[in-house]
Write a protein that binds this ligand. Structure first.
Ligand SMILES: Nc1ncnc2c1ncn2[C@@H]1O[C@H](COP(=O)(O)OP(=O)(O)OP(=O)(O)O)[C@@H](O)[C@H]1O
Ligand SMILES: [Mg+2]
Length: 307
């Protein structure tokens, strides 16, 4: 049995306060959140679907077999800084509440990549899946699931890339194959295990993997309304004028032929820079806030972020 500490970051049991708050604060993802909760529920605890069929259709319906055959794989794709990691690592809080079960968050370490040992990536991936199968069987229990396991494969570009891409190394191709094998090994077992894969390169995702995904979610840059919500929250307490906020929403949008700011451009670059521009001599003024926004450029768009 492989050593879990080499494969995963410390396992986190959800719900947990910090992540719960992070989940609630994510803006513009309401539709994704609703669909994600439904998919995660039926993929990990299919009994819930049977209970539903019994209640609303009087018993077995053939649509359930089709749903039951799907692999427990969900893909998050889209541009940088749009909330993929944040959602992947926090939705388990809500899922846990809905299911009334603890959710264990396993975050795969993809760090061994680049260390030069051929086959290391493949071993890492197959080992990770065998841990999920073993732990998943324990979690399944005899009288219904005792917990649900979510494995997050973040920055999965190397693992997920199409096997046809010519520039791909031999090692990476083997990684894709190991991943497909792992997903298939889970699909047959009906375990309370869900794999969430995040990538910037949805367009480059291996077609065999795409076909297996039970659901794919795409993430984009915030609209003006969504930027307004994020900025209002982030600038709360600074006493800026309403007109300044209007202007900031505009300055962070598409202009002069460039893309709009990402969510993380707003929360991790723009607002911290405003504070740093003012600190330590005085307060963040409307002029400082506007000057910082005026000077800052958004993170360029990831070329293959779209389908
Ligand atoms: N929808 C959102 N609402 C509010 N804040 C967000 C949202 N998306 C991202 N953020 C902010 O940006 C930070 C970075 O987001 P996250 O790491 O989830 O992006 P990502 O899509 O995984 O990006 P990458 O592709 O670069 O990995 C979050 O911690 C949060 O502060
Ligand atoms: Mg990320």
């Amino acid at each position: 049995m492989p050593d879990q500490d080499d494969l995963f970051h410390p396992v986190i049991e959800l719900p947990e306060d910090v992540r719960e708050q992070r989940y609630r604060r994510l803006v513009g993802l309401d539709e994704q959140k609703i669909r994600l909760q439904k998919e995660a529920t039926v993929l990990t605890v299919p009994d819930r679907l049977q209970q539903w069929a019994k209640k609303h259709h009087g018993g077995q319906v053939s649509a359930l077999d089709l749903l039951g055959d799907r692999a427990p794989l969900i893909v998050f794709g889209g541009d940088v800084g749009t909330g993929k990691t944040a959602l992947a690592e926090s939705f388990g809080c809500d899922l846990s509440t809905r299911l009334g079960l603890p959710v264990l968050l396993y975050r795969l370490k993809l760090t061994t990549r680049g260390s030069g040992l051929v086959g290391e990536m493949t071993t890492l991936i197959s080992d990770a899946f065998s841990v999920m199968v073993t732990e998943g069987r324990k979690a399944k229990g005899k009288n219904g699931a005792k917990s649900v396991l979510v494995m997050v494969v973040d920055e999965a570009d190397a693992v997920a890339q199409s096997r046809e891409q010519r520039q791909m190394h031999h090692e990476d191709r083997a990684g894709v194959d190991a991943f497909l094998e792992g997903v298939d090994s889970l699909a047959g077992e009906q375990l309370p295990v869900l794999i969430v894969m995040c990538t910037n390169r949805l367009g480059a995702l291996d077609p065999a993997l795409r076909r297996r995904a039970a659901a794919t979610f795409t993430f984009g840059r915030p609209s003006p309304e969504q930027r307004r919500v994020v900025l209002t929250d982030a600038l709360n307490g600074l006493g800026l004028k309403a007109a300044t906020l209007d202007q900031l929403v505009k300055l962070t949008g598409e202009r002069d032929g460039r893309v709009a700011f990402t969510y993380s451009d707003l929360t991790q670059r723009l607002v911290p820079s405003m504070v740093m521009a003012a600190f330590p001599d005085g307060p963040v003024t409307d002029d400082i806030a506007l000057a910082v926004a005026e000077d800052m450029a958004p993170t360029p768009s990831f070329p293959e972020a779209k389908d």
